[in-house]
Design a protein around this ligand. Structure first.
Ligand code: E4P
Length: 219
C-alpha cells in the first residue's frame, strides 16, 4: 500500500518523507489556501518545492471547471515537474479532460469521488488514481469504507489499471481498514501516519527493557 500525505505544508511533507515511508503528496485548493499560497507564480513555486522533497506522485489540482480551462491548467501543472499528477474533479468536463490527459501520457487523480458509478467512469476515462473521500461520507452517515470496498471489487472484476486512492482518511483505523480492503493508496494527515507507530505496550516494554539493562549494569 502506498502512503501519500494530504497537506501542502512543507515541514510536514519533509517529516513524513524523512520517516522513509512516504510515496507521494496530495494537495487541494483548500490545503494550498491554508498555507497562504496564492497567485499563479507562488502556486507553481510551491508545487515545485513539494516535488523537490519527495520521489514522485504530487497531486496538483486544477481550478478551472470547463474542458479547455482544465486542459490549459493541467498542461501548465504537468510542466512544473515529472512528479506532478494532475488532479481533476469528477464532473462531466473533468472526465473529458482525464481522457485527454490520459492520451497525452499525463497522469491524473480524479477527485471528489462519492459513489461507485463515478469511479467506473473515471477508470474508463483512464484516470491514474481515483480519490473516494472516506471521512466526508462518514460525516453524513454513509459508510466511506464500504465505498472503498465496492470500488476495489469493481476494478478487480474488470482489471482496470486505475488505482484506488482512499482520501479523506481521518484516523488510523480508517487507514488500517483501507489496507485490509486492498486500497492501493491512502492519503492522510501526518498525525495518521505517525499514529500507526504508537502502541502503549511498545512504550512500556521499552521502558522496562531499558530499566532492566540499567539495573544489570549497576546504574
Ligand atoms: C483528497 O485528496 C483530499 O485532499 C482530502 O483527502 C480531503 O480530506 P478532508 O475531507 O479531511 O478535507
Amino acid at each position: 500500500m502506498k502512503f501519500f500525505i494530504d497537506t501542502a505544508n512543507l515541514n510536514e511533507i519533509k517529516e513524513a518523507y524523512d520517516l522513509g515511508v512516504l510515496d507521494g503528496v496530495t494537495t487541494n485548493p483548500s490545503l494550498m489556501a491554508k498555507e497562504g499560497i496564492s497567485g499563479d507564480a507562488n502556486v507553481k513555486a510551491h508545487y515545485k518545492a513539494i516535488c523537490d522533497i519527495v520521489d514522485d506522485n504530487v497531486s496538483a489540482e486544477v481550478i478551472a471547471t470547463d474542458f479547455e480551462g482544465m486542459i490549459r491548467e493541467g498542461k501548465e501543472l504537468a510542466k512544473i515537474d515529472d512528479k506532478i499528477v494532475v488532479k481533476v474533479p469528477m464532473i462531466k468536463e473533468g472526465v473529458k479532460a482525464i481522457k485527454y490527459f490520459s492520451s497525452e501520457g499525463i497522469r491524473t487523480n480524479c477527485t471528489l469521488i462519492f459513489g461507485p458509478g463515478q469511479a467506473i467512469i473515471a477508470a474508463k476515462a483512464g484516470a491514474t488514481y481515483v480519490s473516494p473521500f472516506v471521512g466526508r461520507l462518514d460525516d453524513i452517515s454513509y459508510d466511506g469504507l464500504e465505498l472503498i470496498e465496492q470500488i476495489v471489487n469493481i476494478y478487480e472484476n474488470y482489471g482496470y489499471a486505475t488505482q484506488v486512492l482512499a482520501a479523506s482518511i481521518r484516523h488510523t483505523m480508517h487507514l488500517i481498514k483501507c489496507a485490509e480492503i486492498g486500497a492501493d493508496v491512502a492519503t492522510c494527515p501526518l498525525k495518521v501516519i505517525t499514529g500507526l507507530l504508537k502502541h502503549p505496550l511498545t512504550d512500556s516494554g521499552l521502558a522496562q527493557f531499558l530499566a532492566d539493562h540499567a539495573k544489570a549494569a549497576g546504574k
